[in-house]
Write a protein that binds this ligand. Structure first.
Ligand SMILES: Cc1cc2nc3c(=O)[nH]c(=O)nc-3n(C[C@H](O)[C@H](O)[C@H](O)COP(=O)(O)O)c2cc1C
Ligand SMILES: Nc1ncnc2c1ncn2[C@@H]1O[C@H](COP(=O)(O)OP(=O)(O)O)[C@@H](O)[C@H]1O
Ligand SMILES: [Mg+2]
Length: 155
């Protein structure tokens, strides 16, 4: 993981609409171009860090990078779940993420319930680790000082 922390931004696009919202775990998906530009040594797997939408507040997040073996996707995706309750969807807005640490590889599961439990465990672990001073400091990073009203392009 030579590239961590890894900072990136991009527009939030529609995913496969698998209803992760119904599971209680919505994920904001990045466009293909952002996924294709990930450094080669940011391997697939589950990571944690900080995220903000546009020039909004910075929140804890978990991000999944890969092919979602449970669903056997053919396209690599990068999806961020932000540990915050938003009033509305933010498709089309710019998502800013700072990826700080690695949790585990992507896995296949016997049931949807076990996939959901694994994601919930990731969220709890991420919340704990992000309270460490070495991670907390990135919440205030200049990367998140996005001027209000400034139009950002790509990432
Ligand atoms: C923290 C986290 C961990 C995840 N772990 C896995 C995993 O181990 N295996 C897997 O197939 N999908 C995993 N996923 C991806 C979910 O399957 C995915 O979010 C779901 O398919 C919704 O996709 P959509 O945004 O395209 O609708 C994970 C997602 C998150 C946020
Ligand atoms: N806490 C959150 N984290 C991530 N996305 C959220 C959150 N709350 C609302 N959303 C919205 O939900 C969308 C993702 O829902 P999801 O069911 O994964 O659909 P899709 O398959 O289109 O990605 C995001 O693009 C965003 O607009
Ligand atoms: Mg999604």
């Amino acid at each position: 993981m030579r590239h961590l922390p890894y900072f990136c931004r991009g527009q939030v696009v529609r995913g496969f609409g698998r209803g992760s919202k119904q599971l209680g775990i919505p994920t904001a998906n990045f466009p293909e171009q952002v996924v294709d530009n990930l450094p080669a040594d940011v391997s697939t797997g589950i990571y944690y860090g900080w995220a903000s939408v546009g020039s909004g507040d910075v929140h804890k997040m978990v991000v999944s990078i890969g092919w979602n073996p449970y669903y056997k996707n053919t396209k690599k995706s990068m999806e961020t779940h932000i540990m915050h309750t938003f009033k509305e969807d933010f498709y089309g807005e710019i998502l800013n993420v700072a990826i700080l640490g690695y949790l585990r590889p992507e896995k296949n599961f016997d049931s949807l319930e076990s996939l959901i439990s694994a994601i919930q465990a990731d969220i709890e672990e991420a919340k704990k680790r992000l309270d460490l001073p070495e991670h907390l400091k990135f919440k205030e990073d200049n990367f998140f000082q996005v001027p209000k009203g400034k139009i950002m392009n790509g990432h």
